[in-house]
Design a protein around this ligand. Structure first.
Ligand code: DGL
Length: 277
């Protein structure tokens, strides 16, 4: 048994899908969630920058909250930094990529599968490597979908514009006739209807949030580190506008998202000016 919290982070709101799955599956666990909305989006940034953000947040979660585990609830950050984080810190660090891939391969009958994600995620080759490791015979087609995240942030989930963009970006997936498609970006589940209309309703859409939560539970059980006792409210922090985080976040996660605190990246100009005030 281990009463310490689990740290979860994402570039912003998208990782709340993973936080929701964790709250539902492991209601007794304490969560500390950092949404790095002040430096969002990660998907179009150089992977080295994303990796250094991931290190800053992970270090802070360990030093300030003594978290027993860190969940990197962001595909781009998992692609940029997961291996490095795992070899740097003395805590279990869980990403979303391997869990998403195992669920994708589980639902596919033909082993002809697709993954979509941000430019950073797809360009990193992380999904290509993970699918190759899990099933060397699987045929994988990947497509980066720049613009999808921005549509979700604007709440435009099924407009004509997003459909036209989806038709263009998803044409390699349609041409490859996959039978299962992994939504390899935290925001894409919100576009599931439009994506499904474009790729065809018989293609199974897979999101990594639930599978990641199951992976976390398995690890906590194996390490004998589940939390016992009364549930405690999750703690949410944002490096951007906290009121906006609370407003949008509560629509995505539900009523547990309240009393958002401000998070300042330890090395940032803001942190320096906070210290000198
Ligand atoms: N959280 C990012 C991901 O899953 C999407 C949003 C962003 O680009 O920061 O890749």
């Amino acid at each position: 048994m281990d009463p310490r919290p689990i740290g979860v982070f994402d570039s912003g709101f998208g990782g709340l899908t993973v936080a929701r799955a964790l709250i539902d599956l492991l209601p007794k666990e304490a969560l500390v969630y950092v949404g790095d909305t002040g430096r969002y989006p990660y998907g179009s940034k150089p992977l080295d920058d994303v990796s250094s953000y991931a290190h800053e947040i992970t270090r802070w979660l360990i030093e300030e909250h003594d978290v027993k585990m860190v969940v990197v609830a962001c595909n781009t950050a998992s692609a940029a930094a997961l291996d490095d984080l795992q070899s740097t810190y003395d805590r279990p660090i869980v990403g979303v990529i391997d869990h998403g891939v195992s669920s994708l391969l589980k639902v596919s009958r033909t082993r002809n599968v697709g993954v979509i994600g941000t430019v950073g995620t797809i360009g990193s080759g992380a999904y290509q490597t993970e699918v190759g490791k899990a099933d060397g015979d699987a045929r994988l087609v990947c497509a980066a979908c720049p613009g999808f995240v921005e549509f979700v942030e604007r709440g435009e989930l099924a407009s004509d514009q997003v459909r036209v963009l989806a038709q263009r970006l998803l044409s390699p997936i349609v041409d490859a006739k996959v039978d299962a498609l992994l939504l390899g970006c935290t925001h894409y589940p919100f576009l599931a209807r439009t994506i499904s209309e474009v790729v065809g309703r018989d293609v199974v859409l897979v999101s990594s949030a639930d599978e990641t939560a199951f992976g976390v539970r398995t690890m906590l059980i194996e390490n004998d580190t589940l939390r016992e006792g009364e549930p405690v409210p999750p703690l949410f922090l944002s490096s951007g506008d906290v009121e906006e985080f609370e407003r949008i976040g509560s629509m995505l996660l539900g009523p547990e998202l309240k009393n958002v605190n401000r998070w300042t990246a330890p090395g940032s100009d803001q942190a320096t000016s906070d210290q000198t005030e």
